[in-house]
Design a protein around this ligand. Structure first.
Ligand code: FES
Ligand SMILES: [Fe+2]
Length: 421
């Protein structure tokens, strides 16, 4: 087989045309227009289900965590009640609007607002008001923490800004939700958490983790040779699949890669050397149930490095031989984004494993820095107005797909219209 034929046998071609997304240049306006950003806020982020965390962050009855959802201008608190129910609330006091819960996480049966000591139960109901007799017809039943529509899929906690969401979480995720149901999510109770604020549109950040075309040039010293090979020098993807606005992207890994003799940190940084496990945290031994799930490495390719499963718009779940990790992209303004990445690692049982994980963290942090340092420069370039469009190749189909669906939501009158259901 010559190299082009071999490449064609490994990687699905014509991903863009098969997806029916067109092949022309795409507009820069969604990345730089303040007016478009406001439409994204109202029509996408205030109508779609957004994930804020995982159930493991609420391990016991009474556990809670707080967040700010910038695109909603809203501080929130998510709790596990005494009935085990997970529920989010606006973290806003009914008295005069102070934030009630000030700590990031913890366990409490009640929350006390520190301004005038109004006290709420962790099911949101208002319990006590100091000097209540001095108020006028105060109806405590109407002064609880305001609930936010909450649901859970596969351990991911999703919220919806709409008081009565137009579609359920299940309808929103559709066949994507069915496909990834039952994955044996590994090492979810321990995680490495990275967060950064970047001067770039949220889609510029998401795009940085949506294609592998950049790998040979951005990551030559870290993963350039593991995600490309003589047969696939430009790291073309193995495959891409789409379900409404959600998608899966399977990336290429070089099965013949071995770290060079002098790459001591790299050699120790990952638990074993299966293809693609340069990014996964754990040994693949014992991960049979996880790796055997039909949604993972769907082509059963020996060239598989990882799958990127995207629950539109903000959750990227990366599934690799050594476990999974996730990214979330939180828009703050048209050119500012809070980025979160969370890697799930097993609890180290020996000093050697602890050292291996420390090296792994160092290595991952280096790779992530390579990815995000480009984003602010890219945003400045887009805002310069030199070009009104971008050119996308077939391996950048995820970016095209994302832009297509963002635009659908921005323009759709209803969520059902946006989803096409
Ligand atoms: S604002 Fe919360 S008790 Fe006054
Ligand atoms: Fe990258």
């Amino acid at each position: 087989m010559n190299e082009m034929t071999e490449l064609a046998s490994i990687c699905t071609s014509d991903l863009t045309q098969t997806a029916g997304l067109g092949t022309g240049p795409v507009s820069c306006e969604p990345y730089r227009s303040p007016a478009y950003f406001e439409r994204e806020r109202e029509n996408l982020f205030k109508r779609a289900w957004l994930t804020v965390g995982r159930v493991e962050q609420l391990p016991e009855k009474g556990s809670f965590f707080t967040k700010t959802i910038e695109i909603w201008n809203a501080p929130i608190v998510v709790t596990r009640g005494s009935d085990d129910r997970i529920q989010a609330f606006y973290n806003v006091c009914a008295h005069r609007g102070n934030q009630v819960v000030l700590t990031e996480r913890g366990r409490a049966s009640r929350f006390s607002c520190n301004y005038h000591n109004w006290v709420y139960r962790n099911d949101g109901s208002l319990m006590g008001v100091p000097d209540e007799a001095n108020f006028f017809d105060l109806d405590k039943k109407k002064c609880g923490l305001v609930p936010i529509a909450t649901d859970v899929w596969e351990g991911w906690i999703f919220l919806n800004h709409q008081k009565q969401p137009e579609v359920s979480l299940q309808e929103f995720l559709g066949d994507f939700g069915t496909r990834f149901a039952g994955v044996s999510w590994e090492n979810t109770d321990t995680s490495l958490y990275f967060e950064a604020h970047l001067d770039a549109n949220w889609k510029v950040l998401a795009d940085a983790f949506s294609e592998t075309y950049h790998i040979p040039s951005i990551h030559p010293a870290t993963i350039g040779k593991t995600f490309a090979s003589a047969v696939n020098p430009h790291s073309r993807p193995l495959d891409a699949r789409f379900w409404g606005p959600h998608r899966q992207f399977s990336t290429f890994g070089n099965p013949d890669y071995a770290p060079p003799e002098d790459a001591m940190v790299e050699k120790m940084a990952y638990a074993n050397r299966d293809t693609g496990n340069v990014l996964g945290a754990a040994e693949t031994a014992g991960m049979t149930e996880y790796l055997d799930h039909p949604a993972i490495n769907p082509k059963q390719s020996k060239h598989w490095a990882l799958d990127i499963a995207v629950a539109f718009p903000t959750l990227h779940i990366n599934l690799s031989p050594g476990g999974f990790w996730s990214h979330r992209f939180w828009p703050i303004s048209v050119n500012r984004t809070r980025w979160e990445a969370e890697f799930h690692v097993p609890k180290p049982l020996t000093g050697r494993e602890k050292l291996q994980q420390e090296l792994y963290i160092t290595r991952i942090a280096g790779i992530l820095l390579e990815d995000v340092t480009n984003t602010e420069r890219t945003q400045r370039g887009i805002e310069a107005g030199a070009y009104d469009t971008m050119q996308l190749q077939d391996g950048e189909v995820q970016i095209r797909h994302n832009l297509h669906h963002v635009d659908r939501w921005v323009n759709a009158r209803t969520v059902r219209e946006a989803l096409g259901i």
